[in-house]
Design a protein around this ligand. Structure first.
Ligand code: PFF
Length: 453
């Protein structure tokens, strides 16, 4: 059997894990959620969620993955032989399958917007026209599917090349590029006249907007944004050498992801306000409002192109991590080659993604009832089942596994490299992983089902 792959360097791993975490969740969703839920007050709750719950689960995933050195399912089989815990990993692989199907569609939209911006077809229009362009793109049967195929082709292509020459190499290029583009956009936005109103909208705390629903939304967002609960970080951790420091790695990845989210808000809101537009909701913020913002901005074409290339890059480094989670399972457990696993599974996920895309247009009449939600089209069903059910459930099970089944003592040993690294924070982590995180995650899950919130 060939030797299992490893990351080429510590920094390569950090970029790849941060690349997984930083994605559409940060650049599209976080600013909208923050803007909608009390600005700085939401950011404060989000930070608590990220550093107390998110970091806790990430440490558990890294420890499980590196200790076992296997994929999401194999790791549980190895650490708890003969038990049913492998189902946690199986749920993760299923979540990966579902998330990538709709994620590839939105990744495709980002590519489409990059090309539309560069070609000048988004110049000089009204907000209504931008709305029409977006709505007709997502409902058109063929156009979004072509873009989705291109996006998934890039994702599959990178995963075929494997850890060092595929994922690590590309993340090392794309991640710094993302931060540089974000910083340029922030400087541009903040130097526009009237940017101050956007800044205070985004950063002025309004604690009256904080309620149970907002807190739980912040937690759900933390899971999705940090790529937790489905074994992505576990799989990435499994390619790490025994020498690396898991504690500082997790802290670095969580910090970079949070920084990217906060910077994305800083890049977006001042520009939106300076252009005299209202911060809209959901997909509109990025795909409708921002083209209108860029249109009114000097050198808007250049900044618009930079933004959409950034969005596509961020989505790509996340998409490759999701596919890797599935590929690692087929490789480690079923002995498939990396190439066939990537191409066959990537192909099947793309096909499911085509159904997601069509469900926003010609198949939007087919809906499924779901507790706590209006009837969902297939695209939204994939999103809700994965992000609101499978990820929190996976995170909960991983905490229980690390805290009680595999036992915290073993996790602690892994996190200190056999007692050679500092264990200063571990007593706190032990409380968080055994008690705090499970209880809080159960609340998130109940919110997902509409029981609380
Ligand atoms: N973290 C990614 C984002 O914020 O867009 C999405 C994601 C990637 C979720 C990988 C889950 C995952 F396992």
């Amino acid at each position: 059997m060939e030797k299992r792959e490893n990351w080429g360097s510590r920094i390569g791993f950090i970029f790849a894990a941060a690349g997984s975490a930083i994605g559409l969740g940060n650049i599209w969703k976080f600013p909208y959620l923050a803007g909608d839920s009390g600005g700085a007050a939401f950011v404060f709750v989000y930070l608590l969620a990220v550093f107390f719950i998110g970091l806790t689960v990430m440490l558990a995933e890294f420890a499980i993955g590196r200790a076992a050195g296997l994929d999401a399912i194999g790791s549980f089989k190895k650490l708890a032989p003969g038990s049913f815990w492998w189902i946690t990993g199986a749920m993760g692989v299923l979540a990966a399958f579902m998330i990538l199907s709709f994620y590839g569609v939105v990744g495709g939209w980002s590519l489409a917007y990059f090309v539309k911006t560069v070609s000048g077809s988004l110049s000089g229009l009204s907000v209504e026209q931008y709305t029409n362009i977006f709505e007709s793109l997502i409902v058109a049967p063929m156009e979004p599917i072509m873009w989705q195929l291109l996006f998934m082709g890039l994702t599959i292509g990178i995963v075929v090349f494997g850890i060092q020459t595929g994922i690590e190499k590309w993340s090392k290029i794309l991640m710094p590029a993302i931060f540089i583009i974000l910083l340029i956009l922030i400087v541009r936005g903040l130097t526009l006249e009237g940017a101050g109103a956007g800044l205070s909208f985004y950063l002025k705390p309004d604690f009256s907007k904080i309620n149970g629903r907002v807190i739980l939304a912040a937690l759900g967002q933390a899971f999705f944004s940090l790529s937790l609960g489905m074994g992505t970080m576990l799989t990435y951790g499994s390619y790490l050498s025994k020498k690396e420091n898991l504690q500082t790695s997790a802290l670095t990845v969580v910090t970079l992801d949070t920084l990217a989210a906060i910077l994305a808000g800083l890049a977006i809101f001042p520009a939106v306000f300076a252009t005299g537009l209202a911060p809209d909701q959901g997909p509109g913020l990025v795909f409708v409002i921002l083209p209108a913002v860029f249109n009114k901005m000097p050198l808007g074409l250049l900044f618009g192109a930079a933004f959409f290339v950034l969005l596509a890059f961020a989505a790509l480094t996340s998409a490759i991590s999701i596919l890797e989670c599935v590929v690692a399972y087929l490789k480690d457990q079923l002995g498939w080659s990396r190439k066939s696993a990537s191409i066959i599974m990537g192909g099947i996920i793309t096909a499911v993604g085509v159904v997601c895309s069509l469900s926003l247009g010609i198949w939007s009449g087919y809906t499924v009832p779901f507790p706590g939600h209006d009837p969902l089209v297939f695209f939204d069903l994939m999103d809700v089942i994965s992000s609101k059910v499978l990820l929190p459930m996976g995170g909960l099970l991983m905490c229980i596994f690390a805290g009680y089944v595999w036992k915290v003592e073993n996790a602690n040993k892994e996190l200190t490299n056999g007692g050679t690294l500092s264990a200063k924070w571990l007593p706190l982590w032990n409380i968080l992983v055994k008690y705090v995180a499970p209880i809080v995650i159960i609340l998130v899950l109940l919110n997902g089902f509409g029981v609380v919130g």
